[in-house]
Ligand binder design. Structure first.
Ligand SMILES: Nc1ncnc2c1ncn2[C@@H]1O[C@H](COP(=O)(O)OP(=O)(O)O)[C@@H](O)[C@H]1O
Ligand SMILES: [Mg+2]
Length: 590
């Protein structure tokens, strides 16, 4: 980047105007001023441009030079991404900290992928082979769990003219030359890709495999498929961040991309301190071996926050293209939308709803459309599941970011203030939340959980809705007037909320529930209801049912039965059935 293309005429925070510009392109990456702050051309009119700058522009003044790069804002995609911690424009935060003793210093340029590290590359093509986009040139064992496929980028193909032997290479060593007609493509272990351009899939496919999160209220009541899209709206302190963390830790994605977007610095610091110490429950390997963190806290430049979700989704697409199942969490997309609003305001654009730019819905749609399940160019199956948190001001879901996002996602995990106040966590409302993926995952649960899963699930949701109506009656006239059959519904719902829906993120046993544990717990609660209702019909009383000793055990089962001893739940199930049968028989004999 050396060519000067124009001069700064006006500086409005992160928005910089320049005049007299020749040879610039829309969305071109530029450098501004003597510190060479990086930015992106977001408007181009004649010889005037507007640049959004990703760094602090204090001290920048009219007359400063603007340098062009001839290419759009891009990320580096190659071995070494895994376990990295980046800012919104892929600057490696740890490496920057080492150099500057703080996270961000203006104009510091450090390559996203370490140029000194060597990777053991195994070629999988030979000279003379013809390769097309998405084909595998070779592989690198990036971490124990991630075999990194070095792919022909989506926009390239040709005949292999040269391929290196198996050996150790730097990310920027030439490993292959492709001949494409008159062109020669020189390839390294990494390539660059513009963040605002979705990487193509060959085919989009319908997904019927759930992303298992280990969180009971999610997996059982409001499931999301691999490749699905979800929004988690909730006011301050309702547990958005904790849910995103739980998913980043426990969901069964191959790769997790976590974007901390505009949240307080200490929360991100928690993530940075905590995640590297955690291990994956399935592989027992450090969680960071499958995780990439992107952090743009509220005190970092606002434009980089705007870019962060594109950086995150592009990296996600890159692993999806290798045939992996990726889950991406963005906390919070409201802060991203606020960045959009601030930048738009500084550009003096006409505001729409609540000051957000008119293109807010389009931008949201474009982001969520980059999720999905499909066949990659190379013929593998991969997916990106997107879970976006939204923090509506005052917890009011009618605001634009929540409402527009709702149109573009198929699952809605609504966090409820009252539940959070009552310390019922996760505070996901069972009445306001929904998932349009439930139908899609029935056969998976039939096979891997329990053939009856869908009927248990429908039955408990139905009970929760009946409970809601009964509670209205109770409010008016008290519970005493209700017959035992209806009181039983209240009992069962309380039991279900306390023992199933509430799940502690801090208890070693409870923080994660396997599919088997979830479905067995659900079955026990449903059995309790069904057989309880039968016993009542035969003449038993609710008091008798509530006094069964087994009720205590059911209440404690989430904490007393760990994931690797779920057979204890089968035993609990049979004892429950026996005790309930006996209770029914006592009365049947009268
Ligand atoms: N599953 C959970 N288990 C236990 N505590 C929780 C859980 N979810 C949330 N909390 C509590 O709620 C607090 C606020 O949650 P947080 O995720 O920071 O809210 P938000 O991001 O919506 O502002 C947490 O610090 C924690 O004490
Ligand atoms: Mg939060």
């Amino acid at each position: 980047m050396t060519e000067m293309i124009g001069k700064v005429s006006r500086v409005l925070g992160p928005v910089v105007h320049a005049k007299g510009v020749a040879h610039a392109q829309m969305l071109e990456l530029v450098e501004v001023g003597k510190d060479r702050l990086i930015g992106e051309i977001v408007r181009l009119r004649g010889n005037n441009i507007i640049v959004q700058v990703y760094e602090d522009t204090t001290g920048l003044a009219a007359g400063a030079p603007v340098y062009g790069s001839g290419m759009p804002l891009s990320v580096e995609l190659g071995p070494g991404l895994m376990g990295s911690i980046y800012d919104g424009v892929q600057r490696p935060l740890e490496a920057i900290k080492k150099v500057t003793k703080q996270y961000i210093r203006k104009g510091v340029k450090i390559e996203p992928l370490d140029r000194k590290q060597k990777w053991s590359f195994h070629p999988q093509v030979k000279t003379g082979d013809t390769v097309k986009p998405g084909d595998i040139l070779g592989s690198v064992q990036e971490t124990q769990s991630i075999l990194h496929h070095v792919l022909v980028p989506p926009n390239m193909s040709g005949k292999v003219e040269k391929i290196v032997k198996e050996g150790e290479y730097h990310v920027d060593d030439e490993i292959c030359i492709l001949k494409d007609g008159a062109y020669q493509h020189k390839m390294t272990l990494f390539h660059r890709w513009p963040v605002r351009q979705a990487r193509p899939l060959k085919n989009r496919l319908q997904s019927d495999i759930p992303l298992i999160t280990g969180q009971r209220v999610i997996d059982t009541l409001f499931p999301v498929t691999r490749g699905g899209t979800v929004v988690v709206p909730g006011g301050f302190g309702t547990g958005k961040t904790l849910i995103e963390h739980q998913l980043a830790k426990w969901s069964d994605a191959d790769v997790v991309v976590y974007i901390g977007c505009g949240e307080r610095g200490n929360e991100i610091t928690n993530v940075l301190n905590e995640f590297p110490k955690l291990s994956d429950p399935r592989t027992n390997r450090p969680l960071m071996e499958r995780t990439i963190l992107i952090a743009n806290t509220s005190n970092m430049p606002v434009a980089a926050r705007e870019a962060s979700i594109y950086t995150g989704i592009t990296i996600s697409e890159y692993y999806r293209d290798q045939g992996y199942h990726v889950a991406i969490m963005a906390d919070s997309t409201s802060r991203w939308a606020e960045a959009l609003r601030e930048l738009s305001g500084r550009m003096e654009e006409m505001p729409a709803e609540e000051g957000f730019p008119a293109y807010l819905p389009t931008r949201l749609a474009e982001f969520y459309e980059r999720g999905g399940y499909g066949e990659t160019l190379g013929g593998k199956k991969g997916s990106i599941t997107i879970i976006g948190a939204v923090s509506p001001p005052g917890g009011d879901f009618s605001e634009p970011v929540t409402q527009h996002t709702k149109r573009f996602v198929r699952a809605f995990w609504a966090l409820d203030r009252d539940l959070a106040n009552a310390r019922h966590y996760p505070a996901i409302s069972w009445l306001d939340s929904y998932s349009e993926y439930t139908e899609d995952v029935i056969s998976w649960w039939h096979e891997h959980g329990d053939p009856e899963w869908i009927s248990y699930r429908s039955e408990i949701l139905d009970l929760l809705q009946r409970e809601e109506r009964l509670q209205q009656v109770v409010k008016l006239v008290g519970a005493d007037v209700l017959p035992d059959s209806q009181k039983l519904i209240l009992e069962v719902c309380t039991l279900f909320k306390n023992t199933f829906l509430q799940q502690s993120a801090f208890d070693k046993i409870d923080m994660y529930s396997t599919v088997q544990k979830q479905v067995k717990m659900l079955k026990i609660i449903i059995t309790f209801y069904r057989m309880g209702a039968e016993a009542l019909k035969k003449g038993a009383t609710l008091i008798k049912i509530k006094r069964l000793k087994i009720v205590n055990e059911i209440t404690r089962m989430k904490l007393s039965v760990s994931n690797d001893e779920v057979e204890k739940l089968d035993e609990l199930q049979s004892r429950l059935e026996r005790e309930m049968t006996r209770l029914g028989e006592i009365y049947a004999n009268f």
